[in-house]
Design a protein around this ligand. Structure first.
Ligand SMILES: O=C(O)C(=O)C[C@]1(C(=O)O)C=C[C@@H](O)C=C1
Length: 407
């Protein structure tokens, strides 16, 4: 769904510390071990390796001191930014998702390895999360209990310094955010193999909430149980979507086991904890929470299995420069109505990357269209297209303009 990431103009500049690091610190450990082996006729000489190790560790200690000092300096600046924003009250007043997306894009653009973009984005996300939590941690509602993929999505998007609120259903996540008991909510909206999570889309038909972000999560399923033995399992609990994601694996490996759909993967893990002949399909983190052993995993049929989540909040966001907008468009029941709604987008060069219809709940055979386009409602092209689109539709709701997921 999201456009493929491109890094055309990667700067090749070498950072100051890397450029000035002495040979001992930059030389790969494997290379020095190989040399040691050669000079001793095969076996690495213990006496030659020890000083190199100590030397490299001393360099690492020095770098850690610098990193720590810089993180503290950054945290102080983040506090100053907080003061510059004026006398604000709650964590949500300090949170700037559009700025966070810009920071993470710069991290990706600067990255020349050896760590992957994913790893660096995770580290910087945690730094920003901790900087923001100095004021007060954000409260994020998600489909619980603890250990769900939704909780992983919360951590991926808000970092571990945010405070997660496990809730019983997607509807409850919407309610708690609308009531102000959670600052934001994280809800699943589609899976790469299984398609749309319809309850989430349907909530937007009546909810006043806005979309403030998206999170893409690679979903790895594991079969887990109390004993960790495949032969003990006669029953497998999981969310219906996870059972569907592992259908072929289950057919091949547990054809006779009963498949029991439950409300969430974490709930499946909680149930499997109760008996020796039960297993759960869930993420590994649910297994940790409920003390299960991994029987097999990853077991999803498609290796690129990814779920997209939406971040829901109460306000529209300003642009970050790399945004997506979600629209809900109600059209009349007449020939050509959908064409009339889509053609302004094409005329103004707005790129549409998703369209999905749902019964509008306003009358029989009336449909609402969920349309995702690239750009922000404040962009010239999109705002011009929207003005024309509004004339062609019965009603248009801007669900949100929000940063495209960085990774
Ligand atoms: O730049 C800001 O507005 C900040 O508050 C700083 C900072 C950061 O750590 O970079 C912290 C929290 C915001 O959500 C965005 C960015």
């Amino acid at each position: 769904m999201s456009p493929s990431k491109s890094k055309p103009s990667r700067s090749k500049a070498v950072s100051k510390s890397a450029a000035t690091a002495p040979k001992a610190a930059t030389r790969p450990a494997a290379a020095s071990t190989r040399e040691a082996k050669r000079s001793t006729g095969g076996a690495p000489a213990a006496t030659e390796r020890a000083p190199v190790l100590a030397d490299v560790r001393a360099r690492i200690d020095g770098i850690d001191r610098q990193i720590q000092a810089l993180i503290a300096e950054r945290a102080n600046f983040a506090l100053q930014v907080g003061k510059a924003k004026g006398p604000l009250k709650a964590a949500i007043d300090y949170y700037r998702p559009e700025r966070e997306a810009q920071v993470l894009r710069m991290v990706v653009d600067r990255n020349d390895g050896p760590l992957s973009d994913e790893v660096l984005v995770r580290l910087f996300r945690e730094i920003m999360s901790a900087c923001l939590a100095q004021q007060e941690p954000l409260k994020i509602g998600y489909l619980g209990p603890e250990g769900t993929f939704s909780q992983q999505a919360v951590h991926k998007h808000f970092g571990h310094s945010a405070h997660g609120l496990p809730l019983a259903s997607i509807e409850e996540v919407f309610q708690e955010v609308a009531a102000g008991n959670a600052d934001f909510g994280v809800v699943p909206v589609e899976n790469s193999g299984q398609g749309t999570i319809q309850v989430t889309l349907d909530m937007f038909l009546t909810s006043p909430l806005k979309i403030c972000g998206e999170v893409e999560l690679r979903v790895h399923q594991h079969l887990m149980s109390r004993s960790g033995r495949l032969e003990d399992i006669e029953r497998v609990y999981s969310h219906p979507m996870s059972l569907a994601q592992c259908k072929s694996w289950l057919r091949q490996n547990l054809p006779k086991a009963e498949k029991v759909p439950v409300s969430s993967n974490a709930e499946a893990a909680r149930r499997a904890r109760g008996s020796d002949d039960a297993g759960a399909i869930a993420g590994a983190s649910a297994g940790h929470v409920y003390g299960l052993k991994v029987v097999a995993g990853p077991i999803e049929d498609r290796p690129d299995n990814t779920t997209r989540f939406l971040v829901i909040g109460r306000e529209l966001l300003p642009p970050c420069g790399h945004d997506r907008t979600s629209l809900l468009v109600f059209i009349s029941d007449r020939p050509g109505a959908l064409f009339d709604v889509l053609s302004p987008l094409a005329r103004h060069g707005v790129s549409m990357d998703r369209i999905e219809s749902r019964p509008a709940h306003t009358g029989r055979w009336q449909y609402a269209f969920f349309i995702d386009v690239l750009g922000h409602v404040q962009d010239d092209a999109l705002s011009a297209a929207l003005r024309e689109l509004e004339k062609a539709a019965v009603q248009v709701k801007v669900l949100g303009s929000y940063p495209v997921a960085v990774l």
